[in-house]
Design a protein around this ligand. Sequence first.
Ligand code: ADP
Ligand code: MG
Ligand code: ZN
Length: 627
Amino acid sequence: MLDDGKIPKKPKKPLVFYYSVILLVLVLLNSFVFPKMIERSVQNVEYSEFVTMLDNKQITEATLDGDKVYFTTGTGENRVIYKTVAMEDGNDLVDRLNAANVDKFGKAEIKQTSPIVSFLLSWILPFVILFGLSQLLMKSLQKKMGGMGPGPMTFGKSNAKIYVEAQTGKTFADVAGEEEAKEALAEIVDFLHNPKKYAEIGAKLPKGALLVGPPGTGKTLLAKAVAGEAKVPFFSISGSEFVEMFVGMGAARVRDLFKQAQEKAPCIVFIDEIDAIGKKRDSGGLGGNDEREQTLNQLLTEMDGFDGSSGVVILAATNRPETLDKALLRPGRFDRRIPVELPDLKGREQILKVHLKAIRASDNININTIARATSGASGAEIANIVNEAALRAVRQGRRVVQQDDLEESVETVIAGYQRKDSSISTKEKLIVSYHEIGHALVAAMQKNSAPVHKITIIPRTSGALGYTMQVEEGERLLMTKQEAFEKIVTFTGGRAAEEMIFGSFTTGASNDIEQATKIARAMVTRYGMSDEFDMMALETVNNPYLGGDTSLTCSADTAAKVDAEVLKIIREAHTLARKILEENKDKLHELAKYLYEKETITGEEFMYILLKKKELPVFTEETESKE
Ligand code: ADP
Ligand code: MG
Ligand code: ZN
């Protein structure tokens, strides 16, 4: 008969009932029947009797338990267990037992004398465990059936790959710099600590905050730090994990995630790389991605569905905010945007400090120099630089990291590893020397260029044959037209030196050309720094955080003019570089020879040779300390 909808519930009560009955019976047996059996089975005897039996060699086994002696006579069928109270010292008794050849530690069998414990262990305990297990099973079964509805959703639940950390162990102290971001997040921490305070006033905290910034700036780290500071659980899932599963799974996962989070509130839900699901839905393409759209819709529904005061805060991170669906950014969803920018000089110093703390570093490391040499590097890159430095120290068999480890690893991370095995012809080496000195000399002879920090002609695995490292003195946020132009002049300096000395070009300047062109183009199309176009945006940046690709927003006609203008700027720069080198030809030769021999020279050596006058060959102490 299938008319009763309550059938599935039926076994629940009776099962508990049976267990109780069994338990009761066992308890009764235990307290009334077994003690009698035990009493019957163990015979109490006088100690003198025990001694007599011992002398007659009747005793087969004995066990001492304090002053009690349990012992047996006979074996198998005839085995009898006795108990007595010892009247003499334990040691004497042991001697006596030894003398009588009694196997006195045959505990296993003798233990039968107190069967209650063994009975409990072997009979009651399994029942208790079974009972507990079945209760648990039943509970989870019920939850699944009642809470989620049948079918594919339970499937989603069992597969959900949601990472929960009760405590992330990270705090704001682990995130260096990023003060603005931390300040904005501190309010969320406070809210998680004390949601009532906000609820009383009626203030609604944003349900979600979006961490926006280039890769490696510490967005994930910040989200973890918020959870760590607030001491709440941290649910994290990556946007791409939502979509790589089967159709329909993404939405189910979102549902699971929010359900679990609400059970654990207050807590933080962190969706990393949210752009993987949150892309604009109208972006069309080839039929769009139905799965992703469903997932996004589910996410929107869930975010609307829960009460802002429940204590669940959703953080998300992305480095392509411009691709996100507008619906996600609406008030009540991710309405708060927290920029997490690349670190400035001070930020880089702090990040270096944080990561240097984790390794064994020498005391006299100049953090400022390293920070200045890593302009434009993200927190993750700086962490990598510190790690590379530690690896280098180990490779060289040292026990602490030194300044030159860090300087070398800056180059490693920026320009690739030194190629130790490469054999480079002397002619090539000479060309590279002149090329690099060309850059350095041109830079040094201009007013606004950053000072030269290091020049090397040791080849890198990245393909670079030489490398001139310039380090800005302070932080540069704005660049004047003159400075931009001087940068281009410096880039063309390498090629100009090659032309001048060897009368031919090599392929070695390709990267310089690319860089120079990039700056010149930006001057024309974005910074309004050309005579021809003035302040007219000819290009827009598509993606400010990921490499800054641009697309032209002008007519083909204008584009041709832009090209002409760019070329004009580069030609001018090239001519100027050539002129500077002609004027300092003997310095160029001298420096190039020096570099050729030493392969790596410091900025100080470079400046010393450059500034030293023929008439004044003595290098005074004063100038040295200035450098
Ligand atoms: P994102 O999520 O923005 O791509 P992560 O948070 O994953 O970057 O950062 C990667 C690693 O880089 C971190 O684990 C940390 O070691 C380092 N890092 C990045 N930013 C910082 C910072 N501001 N302070 C300290 N370490 C940082
Ligand atoms: Mg991340
Ligand atoms: Zn070059």
